[in-house]
Design a binder for this molecule. Structure first.
Ligand code: F6P
Length: 357
């Protein structure tokens, strides 16, 4: 049997660990298993590129950051658009057949899963593995790469907190996550943030500044604010994302963080700084939790393939590894529930979400 693997969308820690685990399972458990890597995510499949993956290529890659297959973003909405040489979807299907694949593993986030579902509907044997630092894939408790990013952000937060304390400053730390605030929420709680701003809970400038001013008035000299990349002002909620993107350059950035830091500084009178953590959240070696999760998810996905169970994606439910039908989860997201346990618990210990609740 011939198996292809691709990694698609934004990278994260653990991609190589999953590739390794899929490969080791198949080479050990499927007679005459042949493994190929498809470079640059769906980009490589569109172009019809691949290379052999041997045991020695995957054996030592468990702790390696990034992806040995490389990755790219291929927007879902462009997949079915007519182009010279056929739509991207039709080229991928043709290349899947030309490569003689019996199964294609797609390691990726929500967008990757949408395209995987499309390929599956068109008759390709596809198995997904849920990746993203955003943790926003529907139907799985956790995605691989998320816990490593939580560790990285928490560590960065701890470091920034010490300089905030030295200088008696308010510090804003911008964390990745455009649609979902999981990374900001979990690392914010883990690092002891005083305020957490996430896309799911629009914040008010007044509420933010009042909370911080009250902290200073009570004698505190510093405050740590975790701001998700996708955090939104309550005044922006009625606008679509594109309209917001149009208005935001007035803030000096596409995210709200810099503007917010300026307003906080003006209104509270405290020296206020911000730090954008950026891509360090996606790089480097996976933490032990992710190494274990990736190994389990990869091995499980490979077992599904060996059993001929296609059109699915591996998932975690209540600590167990399981799977969902691609058709059931594609196009859906998992958001932080503003009324859920995580948020309610955080509020109960005094963390503000920048709203009036
Ligand atoms: O992969 C998820 C993510 O890191 C998001 O948190 C972030 O909004 C986005 O990717 C950044 O994308 P890019 O790598 O294209 O700049």
């Amino acid at each position: 049997m011939k198996f292809g693997i691709l990694t698609s969308g934004g990278d994260c820690a653990g991609l190589n660990a999953v590739i390794r685990s899929i490969g080791l399972y198949l080479l050990r458990n499927v007679k005459n298993a042949e493994l190929i890597g498809i470079p640059d995510g769906y980009g490589g499949l569109i172009r019809g590129e691949s290379f052999p993956l041997k045991r020695e290529d995957i054996e030592g890659i468990l702790p390696l950051g990034g992806t040995i297959l490389r990755t790219s973003r291929q927007p879902f909405k462009k997949m079915t658009v007519a182009e010279e040489g056929g739509s991207r979807l039709s080229r991928m299907i043709a290349n899947y057949k030309k490569m003689g694949l019996d199964c294609l593993f797609t390691l990726g986030g929500a967008g990757t899963h949408k395209t995987a579902a499309l390929l599956s509907m068109e008759g390709c044997n596809v198995i997904g593995v849920p990746k993203t630092i955003d943790n926003d894939i529907y139907g799985t408790d956790v995605t691989f790469g998320f816990r490593t990013a939580v560790e990285v952000v928490t560590d960065a937060f701890d470091r920034i907190a010490t300089t905030a304390a030295s200088h008696s400053r308010i510090m804003l730390v911008e964390v990745m996550g455009n649609k979902a605030g999981w990374l900001t929420l979990h690392s914010g709680i883990a690092a002891g943030a005083h305020m957490i701003l996430i896309p799911e809970i629009p914040f008010s400038l007044d509420a933010v500044c009042e909370f911080l001013s009250a902290r200073l008035a009570a004698g505190e000299r510093t405050a740590m604010v975790a701001v998700a990349e996708g955090a939104v002002l309550d005044t922006e909620v009625r606008f679509k994302k594109e309209q917001r993107a149009f208005a935001r350059p007035a803030f000096g950035e596409t995210t709200v963080t810099r503007h917010l830091a300026e307003v906080i500084g003006e209104r509270t009178g405290a020296e206020t700084r911000y730090s954008v953590l950026g891509y360090l959240q996606r790089g480097g070696t996976p933490c032990a939790y992710d190494r274990l999760l990736c190994s389990r998810l990869g091995g499980f996905a490979a077992k599904l393939a060996a059993e001929g169970k296609f059109g699915v994606t591996a998932a975690v439910s209540g600590g167990n590894i399981t799977f969902n039908a691609l058709a059931d989860i594609a196009g859906k997201y998992k958001f932080v529930d503003p009324q859920g346990d995580d948020v309610q618990f955080a509020r109960s210990i005094g963390i503000s979400f920048g709203d009036r609740a």
